[in-house]
Design a protein around this ligand. Structure first.
Ligand SMILES: [Zn+2]
Length: 323
């Protein structure tokens, strides 16, 4: 024991010496510098300093003093504020949900194309005004999933562009199970796209088919800019899908390039909606029976607003137009 203590006492000064910071060597260099300054008076001060820098070895700077520690945060106040914020957030979520339920009540049973369209329009208005509710009912997700796992009955089919900004559930403020979506660049449904529409209207009971184009559509722009020249890779298929669009939408010398593109996007939505009707006997039949409505529409990327368009009168009646 005594040995140990003695050893500890003996070793202490050694440790203490080791822990002392090394003394900066700066003072050593100081006299030389001072002497030099005194002897070379003719040299301008700045030049001398520069010369000094290049000839004398760099003087190690003394270790910077440790910064004083930031005052300890008022932990108690922070914890309290956090607790208050959590409580408020929980209350806010409850209020949001209550509001959402109130706002969406009565729209769960959509029996006609008119009701389906009205629901899409009110949902889009909520999105435009930044007060989505149906897509914010997060606490209902687990229950909703369980219900939907047993079956789906989407009230609307949305045929739209793959553009990352064309998130139809947000655009129409509709949660899981409400929209049946077909997305391909340029909102041009191919044969599988049309088959998907048929499946939704025939087997899932969807009441409307919206062919939703949008402003600043890259696919429409690419087709317009290529003119008659085939696009590379498989992109030529956009030109095939939009065949006739450029010819039927001639450039008006009075409209700007931007206006012409909007004109093309609008006409493309109308033409693609018409293609769904023309290529699907199932859709035509349901439209003719008044059970389904097919409508073109255009979404504005900036405002979020969806403008619903009309199909040309001759084509509007679906089945009757083809009999
Ligand atoms: Zn697009």
């Amino acid at each position: 024991m005594l040995d140990l203590l003695l050893a500890a006492c003996l070793s202490f000064p050694v440790h203490a010496a080791m822990e002392e910071p090394p003394k900066p060597e700066a003072p050593k260099a100081e006299p030389a510098k001072a002497a030099k300054k005194r002897t070379s008076v003719a040299v301008p001060e700045e030049d001398a300093a520069a010369k000094e820098k290049s000839t004398t070895p760099p003087v190690p700077k003394p270790a910077p003093k440790p910064k004083p520690l930031a005052p300890p945060p008022d932990t108690k106040r922070l914890v309290e504020a956090e607790a208050r914020a959590t409580k408020l957030a929980a209350e806010n979520a409850k209020l949001q949900e209550a509001l959402a339920r109130k706002e969406v009540s009565g729209t769960s049973e959509i029996k006609s194309p008119g009701e389906a369209l009205a629901e899409l329009k009110t949902g889009n208005l909520r999105f435009v005004e930044g007060r989505r509710v149906r897509t914010l009912l997060a606490s209902q997700d687990p229950e909703l999933r369980q219900t939907l796992a047993k079956g789906q009955a989407p009230f609307a089919v949305i045929v739209t562009c793959s553009d990352s900004r064309m998130m139809d559930n947000f655009i129409f403020d509709q949660e899981l199970g409400r929209l049946f979506t077909i997305r391909e660049a340029g909102n041009c449904p191919d044969i599988q796209g049309i088959a998907s529409v048929e499946y939704a209207v025939e087997h899932l009971g969807s009441k409307v088919v919206i062919v939703l184009g949008h402003t600043a559509c890259g696919a429409v722009k690419a087709v317009a800019e290529a003119g008659g020249k085939p696009l590379p890779g498989n992109l030529w298929s956009f030109q095939a899908a939009m065949a006739g669009l450029l010819e039927t939408t001639p450039e008006d010398p009075n409209e700007s390039a931007g206006d012409h593109l909007r004109h093309l996007e609008r006409n493309n939505a109308i033409r693609q909606a018409q293609i769904v009707l023309d290529r699907s006997e199932i859709v035509r039949h349901l439209v003719g029976a008044g059970k389904v409505q097919v409508l073109p529409a255009v979404y504005d990327l900036g405002t979020g607003h969806v403008t619903f368009l009309e199909l040309p009168k001759a084509a509007k009646q679906g089945e009757s137009a083809h009999h």
